[in-house]
Design a binder for this molecule. Structure first.
Ligand SMILES: [Zn+2]
Length: 79
């Protein structure tokens, strides 16, 4: 990473060509929808058409969800 990384609050939606608060995207999702979005972002990264990018470094973002580690749900550089 070329920037000082903290929790990413704003993400770039490539499809909409606009910026959104990560919490606004994630807060309205059910458990199943979180799982579906996680799969979608992984698949789109694989096919080189990521949906969300970091506004700082443009790296594709994933759903990061580690309830076992008690980490908050977020959109992040790593899964
Ligand atoms: Zn970044």
């Amino acid at each position: 990473m070329t920037h000082d990384f903290r929790r990413i609050e704003i993400v770039r939606d490539v499809d909409a060509d606009d910026y959104y608060f990560a919490d606004a995207i994630l807060d309205r999702l059910s458990g199943q929808e979180i799982s579906d979005l996680k799969t979608e972002l992984l698949q789109r990264k694989e096919s080189d058409r990521p949906k969300y990018r970091c506004p700082h470094c443009s790296t594709p973002l994933f759903v990061r969800y580690r309830p076992v580690l008690n980490l908050p749900l977020s959109l992040d550089h790593r899964v």
